[in-house]
Design a protein around this ligand. Structure first.
Ligand code: ATP
Length: 462
């Protein structure tokens, strides 16, 4: 095995990523004109395309490529008893300390234990408060009336802090409606909300985010093998996505890190510019969740194995839980590159390029007429019309062709098609590759097939 990387070595910094994301319309700060809302971000035209494609890719991998995994889209608002049963009301807390002097708030588990012991602020040396528990669930009220102070709040409702519980409460519905037999899985992509004490590093940790979760229901005793199989599958998923594999590693949770429900847990971590950080968690949640929902709802959530003398048991659950918005940040950092492409001694010597895999790139192919005049624009539009049924396309006729290539490089567009006078004369076009900047000439009629082939066989150069 090769040595594990200890430090990020690429050209990306969080500042560069944040600024590129804004400049090119991937991600904007929420409510920016009012000074911004911390912990929340808006996805612009390129960002939503990228997010949809990552989600689509995950969805296909988890549902369509498996015989026994089906999808679900559960509501964000759930019966409040759900969160008592799941343990979130009691346990979903972070330890919080405040600096009495500079008022900065910290997660006690994320500052130097020495600071905590001496109760000294790591930023200003001021005195820290005692550590107190802070529940991360957002609370709101359903219906027009809030309870009087001191009264039991029957209108209290939470924004879900994870998508998983929507799956557990529907597990019997899905067995019945879709005749699922154990082992089987339920996949879901959706929003989750956590009142994070510290939100930083752009979209890495936010209060509103999206998760891509799959819950796999298995017979007790087969859980350890299934857990190991899912570890293999999730690793292979990132490999197929074409990300830098030496930037991924496993981290097993120690006894003091394990969540209240977990029997075993591994994170897949990615080497972000700010260091190794969790990307996805793979958890053996035992039969904790379904046992608790049985207890709190009074409903029998046992599985009845009709092929095995009606044997009854509460299934174990193996969960794969990835952040969609966090994966998007990972893909932006992973794809980011700066390259010297000329030697003229000016800014044009360098290009910024996002080396997205073509299956997730927001724009697959950009159509660029060399000139607007002499019918080239019309011809280019005509080619775009032909391609847009199958590919995500862009059209750009403004400015010098070199500048247009750079704009597409920065948007991560893997292919450009240039239309020139020869195209008019003999029906050929130029296909330009983002990564190598190489160009080939080919008949227009072969373009679609060639693009499919390039996407299928794509290998990242670096
Ligand atoms: P952490 O310990 O970093 O708070 P966690 O271990 O509680 O995270 P999980 O509950 O396992 O995270 O959530 C599964 C996935 O959801 C994470 O791997 C991450 O990709 C994503 N995720 C969790 N919290 C956030 C957040 N606040 N912002 C963005 N993504 C998040």
């Amino acid at each position: 095995m090769s040595e594990e990387l200890t430090e990020y070595q690429g050209p990306a910094t969080m500042e560069k990523i944040t600024s590129l994301a804004k400049r090119r319309g991937f991600v904007f700060q929420s409510s920016e004109i009012y000074g911004g809302q911390s912990g929340a971000w808006d996805y612009g035209p390129l960002g939503i395309e990228l997010k949809n494609r990552i989600a689509g890719n995950w969805w296909k991998t988890m549902t369509q490529l498996h015989d026994n995994i089906v999808g679900l889209d559960a509501a964000i608002l759930m019966h409040p008893r759900t969160w008592e049963a799941s343990g979130h009301v009691e346990n979903f807390t972070d330890p919080l300390v405040d600096c009495k002097k500079c008022k900065t708030r910290f997660r006690a588990d994320q500052i130097d234990p020495a600071n905590l012991a001496e109760k000294k602020c790591p930023d200003c040396g001021g005195e820290l408060t005692d550590t107190r528990k802070f529940n991360l669930m957002f609370k709101t009220h359903i219906g027009p009336v809030e309870a009087e102070a001191g009264a039991v709040d029957t209108n209290l409702i939470y924004l879900r802090p994870e998508t998983a519980q929507g799956i557990y409460v529907n597990y019997k519905n899905i067995i019945q409606s879709n005749r699922m037999k154990i082992p089987f899985g339920i996949a879901q992509i959706g929003k989750a909300f956590r009142n994070e004490i510290v939100t930083k590093n752009f979209i890495f940790r936010t209060c509103e985010f999206e998760q891509m979760e799959m819950q796999y229901f298995v017979k007790p005793g087969t859980d350890v093998d299934t857990f190991n199989e899912w570890k293999v599958q999730r690793w292979a998923y990132y490999e197929k996505l074409g990300v830098k594999m030496d930037h991924l590693r496993w981290h097993q949770h120690g006894p003091d890190e394990l969540a209240h429900y977990a029997k075993d847990a591994y994170d897949i971590e990615y080497l972000f510019p700010m260091g190794w950080k969790e990307l996805e968690g793979i958890h053996n949640r035992s039969n904790y969740d379904l046992s608790r929902h049985t207890e709190f709802s009074g409903k029998d959530l046992q599985y009845i194995d009709q092929e095995n003398n009606n044997e009854r048991y509460i299934p174990f659950i193996i969960e794969t839980s990835a952040g969609l918005t966090r994966t998007l940040l990972m893909i932006l950092c992973d794809a980011y590159d700066e390259e010297k492409v000329a030697d003229k001694g000016n800014d044009d010597d360098y290009r910024t390029v996002l080396r997205f895999h073509p299956t997730v790139a927001p724009i697959t192919v950009a159509i660029l007429p060399l000139m607007k005049k002499d019918g080239l624009a019309e011809l280019a539009q005509d080619i775009r019309t032909e391609l847009r049924e199958d590919f995500s396309t862009d059209y750009d006729q403004a400015g010098a062709i070199g500048r247009r290539y750079r704009r597409q490089d920065e948007a991560g567009t893997p292919f450009c098609v240039t239309i020139d006078y020869e195209s008019k004369d003999n029906g050929t076009v130029t296909l330009r590759f983002r990564d190598s900047m190489e160009q080939v000439r080919l008949p227009r009629a072969e373009l679609g097939e060639r693009l499919w082939k390039e996407i299928r066989e794509y290998k990242r150069l670096k």
